[in-house]
Structures are given as structure tokens and as C-alpha cells.
Design a protein around this ligand. Structure first.
Ligand code: HEM
Length: 403
């Protein structure tokens, strides 16, 4: 159990570790919050303290960016991120959230779920009967990106280039930053700039009611976004919806069903259980294991430890989702946790704005798996965990499906 203590201090998300939850449980029993020397920040592992942090305006995202700007210099990705929603604070953040929420409201989830289902069926149809297949390669790598591209109006022949750049953003938003991750972020934004600036100009001149047009201007609001702000929101959408989060949710969902055959049969025979299954996957092995870091603007007490003004803090969502004070038998995968108050969408000031989209895509994938396969099994030895900063899931997930 103590095996991962040192690794935890180097990177609290324990990337690549099969079962980090026993280590988290041991640490949480000692205290709700621990200092991690690698990223030099406090990490909250308990549910109540995590939720409180998510709702507390005395933590600042902008101050954390200022620390990165002081370390890596101005004119880098971190300075641009100041205009990105997850890094905003206070009134500026509320106004931007309202604007983006309003634009997302115009998304027709019904149409998008039909698009999603058709795409999933095409991918799964390519799997021959009784064969082993890598779900990440055939489906999870592509689906979230296709849905985001559909929403953002990216033509098919440009989608691959966009996809290749997303990891640059992701690394520039990790808890641990280096010169290399900062440069990757700078390069990624340059490509998005090159592609999306002309598209933004076209939509400014001729709005067409798509998501980008609604982000540029909403008739009911006085928010007017600069090209740079729009670029950040667009890249943020690709980042939030693509390589990490949804891609990982799809793999973890299928693996959970393979590891729990009785649950899978129940869901197959009663499809009304699909939403509960998706929520439990989100709780059981959260795709985004930790939040972006923020900085305490005054001295704050968390479970008897003093977080000094200027210290950086994050919540280890994955650990909080396994807090036994809220979730009985937390390592068990159970469909009867209804409601399931997991923290995987960060229910606070920075709550995920794409949660409806994420839930829809998860539910469509599970329904399609249920329709196609009577039983699933997973070859963990042939699969490969992703090793990445704040996220958890698989880069390769070898499944076998029985029709
Ligand atoms: C399984 C899928 C997803 C998961 C687990 C997830 C999780 C999260 C989490 C934990 C946060 C809070 C981040 C923080 O405070 O540091 C967040 C924020 C956000 N998410 Fe998601 N997300 C998912 C999908 C999406 C999708 C599909 C979109 C967009 C279409 C999206 C858009 C956003 C945005 C814009 C924010 C920033 C909100 C703010 O700072 O006010 N997410 N998400």
C-alpha cells in the first residue's frame, strides 16, 4: 500500500498505476489534504473538503497562471490561457460561462446523438465476429473528435491535423510543467490559429447558427469575444472533449462492463439502467482524476492543515469519488448508487460545461455495445494504460465481444 507514496509525491495522479485507490485511501485516512513535492502543490483527497474547494472563490486560477508565467516567461501559452474559461476567476469567469452555456444550449442533443450512434455503429461494424479488437483504435480515438468537429464545423479533410495538435494543449494544462510542455502548447495554438482564424472571419461576416456562430455573438447578450478568446474556447472544446476525458470514458465504460458481467447482463436486459451505469463509471474510475490547480488567496485551513496564501491546490477527484464517508464499499462497481453524487464533472465554480454531451456520448456507446455484444471480456495484459498527467484510462484496450 505504501508502495506508491513516493510516486504520489512526485505525481499525485499516479499515472500508469493499475490501482491507485488503495494508496489514496491510506493517505486520506491520515488527512484530507497532502503536500506533493513534484508539482509543489497541495492535493485534496477527501469528498467534503474537495467539494468545498470547488465552490470556494478564495482560490484563484489566474494566480496559478501567474506563477507559471513567472517561471516560463511572458508570451507563452500560459499568458493566453488567462482568457480560457478554466483559468478565469470571479465576474469575468461568470460572464464567460454564461455566454458559453448559452451557446451550448443551442446544440441539438437529439440530432447529435443520432450522428453519434451512426458513427459508433460504423466503427463497430468493422469488427469481425468473435475477434479481438482494440476499442480505443477503432472507436474511442475517433468518436469525441468527430462529434467536436461536427459541432465546430471542421471539414473532414482537416480533422486529422486538428486532432494531432490536441495533445499539445493537454500537456500545457498538466499539473507538472516543463519547457517542453510549454513549447508544445505554443505550437498547438499556432496551428489552431492558422486554421480557425479564417473560419472565425467567415462566421463573423456570415453567421450560420452553428456553435461557432453562437460563440461569436449571442443576440441576447452583450458579450463580444476577440479572435484570441474564440481560439481559446475552440481549442478548449477540442481539448475538453477529445484526447482525454471522453476518449478515456469510452474505454473505461467498456472495461467496467467486461469486468462486471452480471452488471452488463442487467443493463442489456433493462436499458433504463444505462444512465446509472455511465454515472457509476464516471465515479468508479474518473477520466479527469484531478482539477486544474488554483492558488489560495489567503491562509486557509483544510482538515487541520494550513494552506498558506500563494500555495497551489488541486482536488484529486478520483480519490474523493472513493471516499467511504459518501460512497459505501467505494471500490465496488454498483448500479444502485442513485443519486450518484460523484465529483467527476467538478460540481462547483468550474463545473464541466460539456457534461450533457459527455453523458449522451457515453450512453450511446453503451447502448451500441449492448445491442452488438452479448458478453464482453477484456485482456488487461494486452491493453495499455495511458501515462499522462491528470487523466486516467487506456491508450489501448483489447476486448473480445461475443455476439
Ligand atoms: C467524460 C467527459 C468529461 C469529463 C470527465 C469532464 C470533466 C471536467 C472537469 C473535471 C472540469 C473541471 C476542470 C477544472 O475545474 O479544473 C471540466 C470543465 C470543463 N469542461 Fe469538461 N469534461 C468532459 C467533457 C467535456 C466536453 C465534451 C466538453 C465540451 C464540449 C467540456 C467542456 C468543459 C469546459 C468548457 C470546462 C470549463 C468550465 C469552467 O472552468 O468554468 N467537457 N470538465
Amino acid at each position: 500500500m505504501d508502495l506508491y507514496r513516493e510516486a504520489f509525491s512526485a505525481n499525485p495522479c499516479l499515472p500508469g498505476v493499475d490501482d491507485p485507490y488503495a494508496t489514496y485511501a491510506a493517505l486520506r485516512q491520515e488527512c484530507a489534504v497532502h503536500w506533493c513535492e513534484g508539482p509543489r502543490l497541495w492535493v485534496i483527497l477527501a469528498y467534503a473538503e474537495g467539494l468545498e474547494h470547488m465552490r470556494d472563490p478564495r482560490y484563484s486560477r489566474q494566480d496559478h497562471l501567474d506563477k507559471l508565467i513567472a517561471r516560463f516567461g511572458a508570451q507563452r501559452i500560459f499568458e493566453r490561457q488567462k482568457f480560457d474559461i478554466p483559468y478565469m476567476d470571479g465576474e469575468q469567469h461568470s460572464r464567460m460561462r454564461k455566454h458559453v452555456t448559452q451557446a451550448y444550449r443551442g446544440i441539438n442533443l437529439g440530432d447529435l446523438s443520432i450522428f453519434t450512434r451512426q458513427f459508433v455503429d460504423r466503427c463497430l461494424a468493422a469488427v469481425p465476429d468473435q475477434s479481438r479488437f482494440d476499442l480505443v483504435a477503432i472507436l474511442a480515438n475517433l468518436l469525441p473528435f468527430m462529434v467536436t468537429s461536427e459541432l465546430m464545423g471542421v471539414p473532414a479533410d482537416q480533422q486529422l491535423e486538428m486532432a494531432e495538435q490536441v495533445s499539445g494543449f493537454v500537456r500545457a494544462r498538466g499539473l507538472t510543467q516543463t519547457e517542453e510542455t510549454a513549447t508544445g502548447g505554443d505550437d498547438a495554438i499556432a496551428v489552431y490559429r492558422h486554421y480557425f482564424l479564417p473560419l472565425i472571419q467567415r462566421r463573423r461576416a456570415e453567421p450560420c447558427g452553428d456553435l461557432l456562430s453562437r460563440l461569436i455573438a449571442d443576440p441576447g447578450e452583450d458579450v463580444s469575444l476577440s479572435d484570441d478568446q474564440l481560439l481559446l474556447i475552440i481549442s478548449s472544446n477540442f481539448y475538453s472533449a477529445s484526447v482525454y476525458t471522453l476518449r478515456l470514458l469510452i474505454g473505461t465504460l467498456a472495461r467496467a462492463m467486461a469486468l462486471h458481467p452480471d452488471t452488463y447482463s442487467r443493463v442489456r436486459s433493462d436499458r433504463r439502467l444505462i444512465p446509472a451505469a455511465v454515472e457509476e463509471v464516471l465515479r468508479w474510475d474518473a477520466p479527469a482524476q484531478a482539477l486544474n490547480a488554483s492558488v489560495a488567496t489567503e491562509d486557509l485551513d483544510v482538515d487541520g492543515r494550513t494552506i498558506r496564501a500563494g500555495d497551489s491546490v488541486t482536488v484529486l477527484v478520483g480519490a474523493a469519488n472513493h471516499d467511504p464517508r459518501v460512497f459505501a464499499d467505494p471500490t465496488a462497481f454498483r448500479l444502485d448508487r442513485v443519486p450518484n453524487p460523484h465529483l467527476s464533472f467538478a460540481p462547483g465554480l468550474h463545473q464541466c460545461l460539456g457534461l450533457h454531451l459527455a453523458r449522451m456520448e457515453g450512453a450511446v456507446v453503451l447502448e451500441a455495445l449492448c445491442d452488438r455484444f452479448q458478453a464482453l471480456s477484456c485482456d488487461d495484459a494486452a491493453s495499455r494504460r495511458m501515462v499522462a498527467d491528470r487523466f486516467r484510462g487506456h491508450d489501448r484496450l483489447i476486448l473480445e465481444g461475443r455476439r
